[in-house]
Design a protein around this ligand. Structure first.
Ligand SMILES: C[S@@+](CC[C@H](N)C(=O)[O-])C[C@H]1O[C@@H](n2cnc3c(N)ncnc32)[C@H](O)[C@@H]1O
Length: 305
């Protein structure tokens, strides 16, 4: 998705760039390198390990430039984007480009102790912000069967949500579920397989995939935060600026699509693939790389046309 993101920002004079999901700083460093005109790079992440990895990478990029690049890496939630921007300068900087690369980073998924992966044994944590109060362990062991069923259905889009919620409750009645592998065991072989073996293997997802996704979204309150942030990000953009959002599942993508359509003054789903130029924003869509990754780009029209 890196090339598509670079293409999205290519036509923009990116004096100020805001990365709302800094992660390891891969996108931020490459975007800075493609935009020698960049004067300020702002990076937000709620996970302090992101800053540790991203900072040297971005500083190295900045050091190789002829003009000064003001780098500000901010620890916080993108939900508080407006407040975070206000801490940088008065008036707040107006980014010409904003990127949101949603979901978890490979650093997070690869660290067993963070509990995001059903492939690695670790404590059921799943907090992107290690100072947050709610962990996956608490959700699994204290929420009611109905609440668990709701998140597994709504955030995991798991057809067998009732079965999975029941199994979790049965397992925790024997002993609290504390590790990723205990959860994998509790979920068991719950995946629906297609009628033809080819179809089933093409789907090929691990039976616990959807449950892990549901828990992660619930623990980090991801969808509500995204919904709240998008209008603020559009508002913060400088005229003519672009907002690019990479999403990894249909729940996120639906929120992005609707927020962009609302901003474009066209809230009807039937018109979703049109390009709008008459209201205050313009939406385009690019298809993506991986199984379900999508990139959506919104451009704020210049003040005067
Ligand atoms: C997919 S990774 C980004 C990877 C990054 N684009 C790169 O090139 O390395 C998503 C990052 O967003 C962060 N994140 C997720 N939700 C966030 C939120 N609400 N506020 C701030 N950061 C968030 C995660 O901690 C993670 O580091």
């Amino acid at each position: 998705m890196l090339n598509e993101v670079l293409d999205a920002f290519q036509p923009v004079t990116l004096n100020v760039y805001l990365d709302c999901t800094l992660g390891a700083g891969g996108h931020a460093a490459k975007i800075a390198s493609a935009h020698p005109e960049m004067q300020m790079l702002l990076g937000i992440d709620l996970d302090p390990t992101a800053h540790v990895v991203a900072e040297p990478r971005i500083r190295a990029e900045a050091a190789g430039r002829s003009a000064r690049l003001d780098v500000r890496l901010l620890r916080g939630n993108y939900r508080d984007l407006k407040r975070l921007l206000a801490t940088v300068s008065t008036p707040s900087p107006r980014p010409n480009g904003i990127l949101m690369d949603l979901g978890i980073s490979s650093m997070q998924i690869d660290t067993a102790d963070r509990g995001f992966s059903f492939m690695r044994d670790g404590p059921l944590d799943m907090r992107m912000d290690p100072t947050a109060a709610l962990s996956a362990e608490e959700v699994l062991n204290t929420w009611s069967e109905a609440e668990l069923g709701r998140i597994i259905r709504d955030f995991g889009e798991e057809k067998l949500w009732k079965v999975v919620a029941r199994r979790i409750v049965q397992a925790r009645e024997v002993a609290p579920i504390r590790t990723t592998q205990q959860l994998v065991k509790a979920v068991g072989q719950t995946q629906l397989v297609g009628k033809s073996p080819r179809k089933a293997s093409a789907k090929g997802i691990h039976p616990a995939t959807r449950t892990f996704q549901a828990l992660r979204i619930a623990v980090n309150d991801e969808l509500q935060k995204l919904e709240k942030t998008l209008p603020d990000a559009i508002d913060a953009l400088a005229p003519g600026g672009r907002l690019a959002v990479i999403s990894f599942h249909s729940l996120e993508d639906r929120i992005v699509k609707h927020a962009f359509m609302r901003a474009a003054g066209r809230p009807t789903p039937e018109e979703e693939n049109l390009v709008y130029g008459q209201d205050n924003a313009l939406e385009t869509e690019a298809n993506a790389r991986a199984r379900s990754a999508k990139l959506r780009i919104l451009q704020k029209l210049p003040d005067k046309l």
